[in-house]
Design a protein around this ligand. Structure first.
Ligand SMILES: *[C@@H]1O[C@H](CO)[C@@H](O)[C@H](O)[C@H]1NC(C)=O
Ligand SMILES: *[C@@H]1O[C@H](CO)[C@@H](O)[C@H](O)[C@H]1NC(C)=O
Ligand SMILES: *[C@@H]1O[C@H](CO)[C@@H](O)[C@H](O)[C@H]1NC(C)=O
Ligand SMILES: *[C@@H]1O[C@H](CO)[C@@H](O)[C@H](O)[C@H]1NC(C)=O
Ligand SMILES: *[C@@H]1O[C@H](CO)[C@@H](O)[C@H](O)[C@H]1NC(C)=O
Ligand SMILES: *[C@@H]1O[C@H](CO)[C@@H](O)[C@H](O)[C@H]1NC(C)=O
Ligand SMILES: *[C@@H]1O[C@H](CO)[C@@H](O)[C@H](O)[C@H]1NC(C)=O
Ligand SMILES: *[C@@H]1O[C@H](CO)[C@@H](O)[C@H](O)[C@H]1NC(C)=O
Ligand SMILES: *[C@@H]1O[C@H](CO)[C@@H](O)[C@H](O)[C@H]1NC(C)=O
Length: 616
């Protein structure tokens, strides 16, 4: 807890000493969402506590990185939350830290593709950093020195690299999740990658007035609807694989997927003033009711994982983004204010109330819809509580600017450099090899490859499995390809970590039992039951914080979701067997064919872990 910041703001030092002295029995925050003072005072403490997890500004720390097991994208999301913090409070204590982090991670060609992230970077990861700098441009966060990349140009560079990745070969369009072709997840197209690109395009159109960006946003929306990732009930589902032409939809609803399309639709509505976009926005907003639980059904909840205590580290932060984007939506589409504000205010009061954890007695937990603290802490919990608190005072904040209304951030429409169109990482192993090097290297390479394959076979063989080693090896060939690429790019240690022999144990133990969703919900509260029924939600294997320490997941999709065949094993329910989760559409009508397909897809493609015992 003792911190020695490089450039300690007075506030941060004071808070640090308060942290050491404050009593563990500190009273819960009693937020008055209508009071600017109450909001800013509480948000300040939440921000400080969020930054207690960050050491990137300290000697030996890497700016813009959170410690393991947090992924790179979440640090970008956190920088975005600090841009917001300044926008709402005008407290600049964290501005230097924020600018430093945002600029340190830009990579060789100023487009948020730093070499260190090569093995795991998804379009969504890159997108979260882009949305952070886009907010910096729109909210007039102080511009970097002229010698450094500028906020708008960074956002444009990300946009340009992503537009070049639009893939019409599979599923008729869309971005793949992963950027580089050897990475796991390159065969998955997920809503959050499209959502970040969509919202970025819409906001760039609004900021610059350049309609090319809006055309891309339009195209992204149309594609999302064409593949049913946004379905006829306006639910934003998680994604699907290119193998079955994006028909194996993963039917989870997460707050951030909905949030990013709401944000983009609001920006498109403001840009075009077209009724079509207003209708889309209103319908998407209407479909977010599923995320609000509690006695008055107004407390934000990550319904896919919270009710069963299965939110992984990434998911613990998602409510931060729905809060952030709900608030931003009220600026570009002021007619939404009266709809979203009661949700935000009620959620903020509830979120603040449960922040009584940790040594300082004020750390926030994950669950806002219960009166007690859930014993969890983390960057995501702090960020979500802070963002929802700040959102309460959106009305009095300035509207985002554009080039024509006071924006000062300098753009660079062609930015992105040689990352545009690149699908293989830069790295030593990709250097051109001269003829002279070749002969000597060939023998060595052959030796290395042989020992690598031997090592990989060993790593992959699971002696507890019924299958023969050869059967197992066939099943693992795609992971092996990724591991070989990992060896080539990142060295042996990374590849071994990539397939950690011990790591299956956890999943097999906790994932052995299969429970239908209705079984799970019968033990939950009525709200949770409602939430689960309305969302065709099934719960996959997701790691908790302590497990995360030894498993680096590849991006911000939960570990073990349908793309991870190694997790399926004997716990898979084949279609037709077992009980499909019961789902209901928003009107409470019977399942449509569409939904039946979604729910059976979810059951057949993964196991549902044992319900965790609750203290009765
Ligand atoms: C905040 O103000 C709004 C509008 O005046 C009011 O409806 C709401 O009840 C107030 N909330 C609280 C918690 O006082
Ligand atoms: C990449 O990793 C190296 C080694 O850990 C570190 O020194 C460097 O600061 C990192 N760069 C970025 C942009 O994170
Ligand atoms: C794949 O999906 C896209 C988008 O839904 C569709 O346009 C295309 O016809 C499909 N291709 C095949 C071979 O089914
Ligand atoms: C508009 O944006 C497109 C897409 O990035 C770019 O190619 C074009 O140069 C931009 N036009 C202007 C006038 O900036
Ligand atoms: C929102 O959904 C309800 C049903 O849940 C429906 O009655 C209402 O018309 C919808 N509103 C909009 C704006 O679509
Ligand atoms: C567009 O956004 C501006 C700035 O917030 C706002 O004043 C204006 O009313 C919005 N336009 C529409 C059509 O909602
Ligand atoms: C939190 O931890 C305390 C003490 O270990 C325990 O009594 C309580 O039941 C836990 N609460 C929850 C919600 O897990
Ligand atoms: C997290 O995982 C570890 C290791 O599997 C386990 O001991 C611990 O009880 C888990 N904690 C929670 C909150 O699920
Ligand atoms: C798949 O599951 C295995 C076993 O838990 C894990 O080691 C691996 O990282 C997972 N892969 C992905 C892509 O999540």
């Amino acid at each position: 807890m003792v911190r020695t910041p490089q450039r300690p703001g007075l506030g941060r030092m004071l808070t640090a000493s308060l942290l050491l002295t404050s009593s563990p029995l500190a009273a819960a925050y009693n937020l008055d969402p209508n009071s600017t003072e109450s909001v800013t005072t509480i948000a300040k403490q939440m921000a400080d506590d969020m930054l207690s997890f960050y050491h990137g500004d300290q000697p030996g720390g890497t700016p813009g990185l959170l410690p393991n097991p947090y992924y790179w994208w979440e640090a970008g999301a956190m920088m975005g939350s600090l841009v917001d913090y300044w926008y709402y409070t005008k407290d600049d204590s964290y501005n230097d830290l924020t600018t430093q982090g945002l600029l340190y991670q830009v990579g060789d060609t100023n487009d948020y593709m730093p070499r260190n992230q090569t093995l795991t970077e998804g379009n969504d990861d890159q997108g979260f950093w882009a949305l952070a700098v886009m907010s910096a441009a729109e909210n007039k966060f102080p511009d970097p020195p002229a010698s450094k990349p500028q906020w708008l140009a960074l956002a444009q560079a990300v946009f340009n690299t992503q537009a070049a990745r639009w893939d019409t070969e599979h599923c008729g369009g869309g971005l793949r999740w992963q950027i580089f072709k050897w990475n796991n997840g390159f065969d998955y197209k997920n809503s959050i990658s499209q959502g970040c690109f969509f919202a970025l395009g819409a906001r760039l159109a609004l900021y610059t007035g350049n309609n090319s960006y809006a055309d891309w946003a339009e195209k992204t929306w149309d594609w999302m609807v064409s593949v049913d990732f946004i379905d006829k009930y306006w639910r934003v589902l998680d994604g699907a694989h290119i193998g079955p032409n994006c028909t194996d939809i993963t039917p989870y609803q997460f707050t951030y997927n909905a949030g990013t399309f709401i944000l983009g639709a609001a920006a498109m509505y403001n840009h075009t003033e077209d009724q079509k976009w207003k209708d889309r926005l209103d319908n998407l907003l209407n479909a977010t009711k599923v995320f609000f639980t509690g006695p008055d059904k107004n407390i934000m909840t990550e319904v896919a994982c919270e009710p069963v205590d299965r939110c992984n580290l990434d998911q613990q932060s998602f409510k931060a983004y729905l809060s952030r984007w709900f608030a931003a939506t009220t600026k570009w589409a002021p007619h939404t204010y009266n709809y979203v504000m009661p949700y935000l205010q009620a959620s903020a009061v509830a979120a603040a109330k449960q922040c009584v954890g940790g040594k300082n007695g004020r750390m926030c937990g994950l669950k806002w819809n219960q009166d007690n603290y859930d014993n969890s802490t983390g960057v995501g919990q702090q960020m979500a509580a802070m963002e929802v608190t700040l959102s309460c005072i959106i009305k009095d904040r300035a509207a985002p600017v554009t080039h024509n209304t006071g924006g000062t951030s300098k753009g660079s429409p062609g930015s992105g450099g040689d990352d545009i169109g690149r699908d293989q990482p830069k790295g030593p192993s990709y250097k051109a090899i001269t003829a002279g090097d070749k002969a000597g290297a060939a023998i060595l390479t052959a030796l290395v490859i042989c020992s690598m394959i031997a090592g990989i076979v060993w790593i992959f063989i699971d002696e507890t499995s019924d299958k023969t080693p050869m059967q197992q090896f066939r099943g693992f060939h795609s992971s092996a390809t990724a591991s070989i690429a990992a060896f080539a790019v990142g060295g042996g240690a990374a590849a071994v970590l990539h397939r950690n022999k011990g790591s299956r144990e956890f999943n097999e133990k906790t994932g052995a039992a299969v429970a239908s969703v209705s079984e799970q919900s019968s033990h939950s509260s009525t709200d949770n039951k409602r939430a689960i029924e309305e969302a065709p939600v099934t719960i996959g294997h997701v790691r908790n914080q302590s497990e995360g320490n030894h498993q680096r997941r590849l991006s911000n999709m939960p570990l073990g979701w349908p793309h991870n065949r190694t997790l399926r094993g004997s716990t898979v329910i084949e279609p037709g067997q077992g009980q499909a989760p019961s789902t209901r559409d928003l009107d409470g009508a019977r399942q449509s064919d569409n939904e039946a397909r979604h729910s059976s897809a979810s059951v057949s493609s993964e196991s549902i872990p044992e319900r965790r015992e609750r203290a009765e």
